[in-house]
Design a protein around this ligand. Structure first.
Ligand SMILES: C[S@@+](CC[C@H](N)C(=O)[O-])C[C@H]1O[C@@H](n2cnc3c(N)ncnc32)[C@H](O)[C@@H]1O
Length: 307
């Protein structure tokens, strides 16, 4: 029998309220760019009027299969990366939600290869229907490239040592194919351990971000939001680590200021495209009940009216 993996939605009430703050907006079109197991989607549907629409995206075929069980004419799901939200008509979206990263069903299922806590094939793709797995990439990547990925996306001090260990192992015994093999190899190469953290934490995070092009796709979706959001449309993004949050924070900050053209100092500034509406962290009660919520940050902004 197939195991039913569950996901506890993070910042459920806060994100949905930020996206759809009052009933006057309930007939709009909303986007849940990261369906997962649909916690946010179902709460958005509860608030939507009959004329409202919810378009969901997920790269993961299992998430899409779960979404297919929602019988609601206002809802549709796309098995696509959210980098493609720019395909939606300009100024058509009243609210865009992104709850970044991976879901519990992904990390808790050893067969997906996301976790060093269970042994499984070293895969880590959100979309297993296309692209290279981590094992395939590590089998041929240059040690320098491996080191850069682990350093840049894992902020790992021992990135060079880990990359060298991977290359040496490849030469001696062939490529790494399982999560346990990689976790063991990293543990041998990381010299000082952070208290309470598995030595492989940073490396696994880095490889996952890289293989799924997570930061590039986030940047693309944020840029696209400026086009697809209608005036007063809301952008709500939940991030789980500093690399993601920095991108979201800088994007909102950049578009929340008037831009002066230095070559035309007397010209009127270009109007800002977003109004920052602040940031929300989970309550202590939420973190106590769901430790995976501990690093979450929700940032909210509203699309301004183009001048
Ligand atoms: C944290 S979970 C979302 C959980 C969801 N909000 C819920 O309540 O069930 C993130 C989901 O987004 C998906 N995902 C991550 N990056 C994506 C991307 N670039 N495009 C589409 N889906 C993505 C993952 O496959 C995963 O299912």
């Amino acid at each position: 029998m197939e195991q039913a993996w569950t996901h506890t939605t993070v910042l459920l009430k806060e994100a949905v309220e930020a996206l759809l703050p009052d009933a006057s907006r309930a007939s709009g079109t909303y986007v849940d760019a990261t369906f997962g197991r649909g916690g946010h989607s179902r709460a958005i549907l509860e608030r939507l009027a009959p004329a409202g629409r919810l378009i969901a995206y997920d790269k993961d075929a299992e998430a899409v299969a779960e979404a297919a069980r929602i019988e609601d004419a206002r809802f549709s799901i796309r098995h696509q990366g959210f980098k493609d939200v720019g395909e939606l008509p300009p100024a058509s979206v009243a609210g865009l939600l992104m709850d970044l990263g991976i879901s519990s069903p992904q990390i808790d299922n050893p067969a997906r290869g996301f976790s060093f806590r269970f042994d499984g094939p070293l895969d880590m793709r959100m979309d297993t229907t296309r692209g290279e797995s981590v094992a395939e990439w590590l089998a041929t990547a240059e040690p320098q490239q491996i080191a850069e990925v682990i350093r840049d996306y894992g902020e790992e001090r021992f990135a060079v040592q880990i990359a060298k260990a991977i290359a040496a192992r490849r030469q001696e015994r062939g490529p790494i194919s399982t999560t346990a093999e990689l976790a063991e190899l990293v543990a041998g190469a990381v010299k000082t351990r952070e208290p309470g953290q598995n030595p492989a934490t940073r490396t696994f995070q880095a490889l996952r971000i890289f293989i799924n092009a997570e930061l590039e796709e986030l940047q693309q979706a944020l840029e696209a939001s400026l086009t697809v959001l209608q005036p007063q449309g809301r952008l709500a993004v939940i991030s789980f680590h500093s690399l993601e949050d920095r991108i979201v924070k800088q994007f909102i900050a950049k578009h929340s200021r008037e831009v002066y053209d230095r070559r035309a100092p007397f010209a009127a500034p270009k109007a800002m495209k977003l109004k920052a509406l602040g940031r929300v962290k989970p309550s202590k009660a939420e973190v106590d009940g769901n430790p995976r919520a501990r690093s979450a940050i929700l940032r909210v902004a509203e699309r301004t009216t183009d001048a």
